[in-house]
Ligand binder design. Structure first.
Ligand code: ZN
Length: 363
């Protein structure tokens, strides 16, 4: 059905020329916010909005440029996809580590405990009843935004280097990086220290630099983390524990539909800014299709799923998704939901509804 859509419409499943314009918009946004913040802003009331703008542009580059490039959905040309993926290295994080963590682990083992690193926030968050509960998880529905503020700094300055040193993520061995992979990581981290700290220090005093850095990275972390959490860590999504059977006991498409949730699909501005990642169902089913097409694919996915009696998880609004996330965090922090105690959110979906078979995979 999706193939028919592309054949009938004549659209290129990859991004096409419009993605170049969007990429330029985000990089201009980033460069203007950075230059004005470092070279021009002197009062707090100009610096604060510029630091927020810088953080938003950083997250936007991740959503709209790097993510499509990393999935080879940006362009039909491998070199262009690689270039788009390298935008992550340009802003400080490693596209090499991201590829394994996101493309391989997260997209294969979505919401599988001890395999999907994106749900491993131990010990700070407990996202499923299979993870150990600590007393402070009772308050995780309150403190989650605070911790997400540290997400990008921890990712860039700690997680990438730790994962490369260990050579494995969530128990899975990472492919050995080549010399050029390691060189890109080294240049990327050095480049980050230069643009985030060294250059601003020439123009701004250290205390103001620290304040601006903290605000910009907090905004980026909060936005990136929230968009992810609303797509996978909400009360409607299923989580799978390894002891419940093979991680992929469900057919692939059904697993993606059980663990992934769309939100606020009608919000066009949000869809543009988050690179279609409020259409995570479509993204997880068709990761090699450019995010530009997700709004058109959403009704087709629903049509096929309705015909086969498979629910598509969806929140109509951002507020609705946020509420579902907060209720999930609250519930997972409660003593009643014990480690290993199966609750409905943790049961494999095949126990609730008929399974799709591999041969019936949507598309
Ligand atoms: Zn993805």
């Amino acid at each position: 059905m999706v193939d028919d859509y592309f054949q009938r419409s004549g659209h290129d499943p990859r991004g096409g020329a419009r993605m170049v314009l969007k990429t330029a918009t985000f990089f201009l946004w980033f460069a203007a916010s950075y230059a004005l913040l470092v070279l021009w802003a002197t009062a707090w009331w100009t610096a604060v909005p510029l630091a927020i703008s810088l953080g938003l542009s950083l997250a936007g580059i991740g959503f709209s440029v790097m993510h499509d490039g990393g999935h080879r959905a940006y362009s039909n040309r491998p070199g262009t996809n690689r270039l788009a993926a390298l935008s992550l290295d340009l802003v400080g994080a490693s596209s090499f580590v991201w590829h394994f963590k996101h493309n391989v682990l997260h997209h294969t083992y979505t919401n599988v405990v001890d395999a999907d690193d994106d749900i491993e926030f131990k010990p700070f968050f407990r996202l499923t009843s299979s993870q150990p509960r600590r007393w402070f998880h009772r308050l995780q529905f309150l403190y989650w935004p605070l911790l997400l503020c540290f997400l990008t700094t921890k990712w860039i300055l700690l997680d990438d280097l730790r994962d490369l040193a260990r050579g494995h993520i969530a128990g899975h061995r990472m492919p050995r990086p080549s010399a050029s992979d390691l060189l890109i990581v080294a240049v990327s981290k050095l480049n980050y220290l230069v643009w985030a700290f060294a250059i601003p220090l020439l123009f701004v005093d250290p205390l103001n630099l620290l304040a601006g850095y903290a605000l910009a990275t907090s905004v980026a972390g909060l936005v990136l983390g929230t968009v992810f959490q609303l797509a996978h860590a909400v009360e409607d999504a299923s989580f799978f524990a390894p002891e419940e059977g093979a991680p992929l006991s469900l057919p692939w498409a059904e697993h993606q539909l059980a663990t992934t949730v769309d939100f606020a699909r009608a919000n066009r501005l949000l869809t543009w800014y988050v690179g279609g990642l409020n259409h995570q169902v479509e993204h997880h089913l068709f990761p090699r299709v450019s995010h530009r097409h997700y709004p058109a694919l959403a009704p087709l996915v629903r049509k096929v799923c309705a015909r086969r009696g498979v629910p598509v998880l969806d929140h109509a609004t951002f507020a609705g998704a946020l509420g579902a996330h907060l209720r999930h965090l609250y519930r997972m922090g409660c003593p009643a939901v014990r480690q290993g105690a199966g609750d409905s959110a943790d049961l494999p979906r095949s126990e609730h509804r008929p399974a799709l078979t591999q041969g019936q995979a949507i598309g």
